[in-house]
Design a binder for this molecule. Structure first.
Ligand SMILES: C[S@@+](CC[C@H](N)C(=O)[O-])C[C@H]1O[C@@H](n2cnc3c(N)ncnc32)[C@H](O)[C@@H]1O
Length: 260
């Protein structure tokens, strides 16, 4: 099953439609941008059920919410049926945003690891599209899974922490993660890898997610972006040292950067 098919399923649409709160790093980034929001034309990519719409749409000058899942877009249209005129929702895939002109947006957000749903080659296309439609000096904010923490997802030892009666279920999960939904050779090579597309068991094994080492993500961003900042999922604080970037174990991290 493709990631897109999963994101079109009712149960998944309902799941994201019930989400309301900003994650800790999103709260930090919101505070950084808050004073500028009234002047900002914002594109929110992969809006899902509209969790971030709740926080941004009424504060910005213009708000465009897009998603490649028609069902997610319809859920947002229903949830925000009384939204003011400057708020709109459309179907759009980040890999082809030809519906938007060059240099259109002051802020582009792709929250909660939406960008991790596509392959490495498609991710490059997505970044090119985002750079094309972002205004120089504007912001791009997204989160991405942290490959530093992949070891603990696939280790039997970490799955076995916890009550004894769950050991059987957890062992089955370990077998599925290591041998059925992923190639065991790839799992063994993760320590050396810079990035990997992994089935981490989320949404009942129906999603494959891209994981990347933070320093590699920063390196990839440096061509198109300045002032790249990374924020911890667990604390919401900025990560400032190379040592922390190399060792941090948070499941995903937020990146905030400025279009060149
Ligand atoms: C994990 S959900 C997050 C939803 C929402 N942003 C939130 O934070 O609650 C990821 C969303 O990204 C969307 N998405 C994934 N790949 C996409 C793509 N190539 N183009 C547009 N949207 C995409 C999915 O349909 C899904 O709604």
């Amino acid at each position: 099953m493709s990631n897109k098919t999963t994101y079109r399923q009712k149960a998944i649409v309902d799941y994201y439609s019930q989400e309301n709160d900003l994650q800790l790093p999103e709260q930090t980034i919101f505070k950084i941008l808050e004073n500028q929001l009234p002047k900002i034309i914002m594109l929110d990519i992969g809006i899902g059920g509209g969790r971030t719409t709740l926080h941004f749409a009424n504060l910005v000058k213009e708000y465009y919410g897009v998603d490649y899942s028609e069902e997610m877009v319809n859920a947002c249209k229903n949830r925000f049926s009384k939204a003011p005129e400057h708020v709109s929702f459309q179907i759009c895939d980040v890999r082809d945003m030809s519906m938007f002109k060059d240099n259109s947006f002051d802020l582009i957000l792709f929250s909660f690891n939406g960008i991790d749903s596509i392959s490495h080659a498609d991710r490059e296309k997505a970044f090119q599209e985002i750079q094309r439609i972002g205004k120089p000096g504007g912001y791009f904010c997204f989160s991405s899974h942290n490959l530093n923490c992949a070891k603990k997802i696939f280790e039997l030892r970490s799955l076995l922490d916890g009550p004894a009666h769950k050991i059987f279920k957890k062992t089955v999960k370990w077998v599925m993660l290591n041998f059925i939904y992923n190639k065991h050779q790839e799992i063994k090579g993760l320590k050396q890898a810079k990035y990997a597309l992994l089935n981490d068991g989320v949404h009942l094994f129906r999603i494959k997610n891209y994981y990347i080492k933070p320093r590699e993500q920063i390196r990839n961003l440096q061509n198109g972006f300045d002032n790249i900042k990374v924020f911890s999922l667990n604390t919401g604080k900025e990560i400032t040292t190379n040592n922390e970037l190399e060792t941090i174990q948070d499941s995903w991290l937020y990146y905030l950067c400025v279009f060149k």
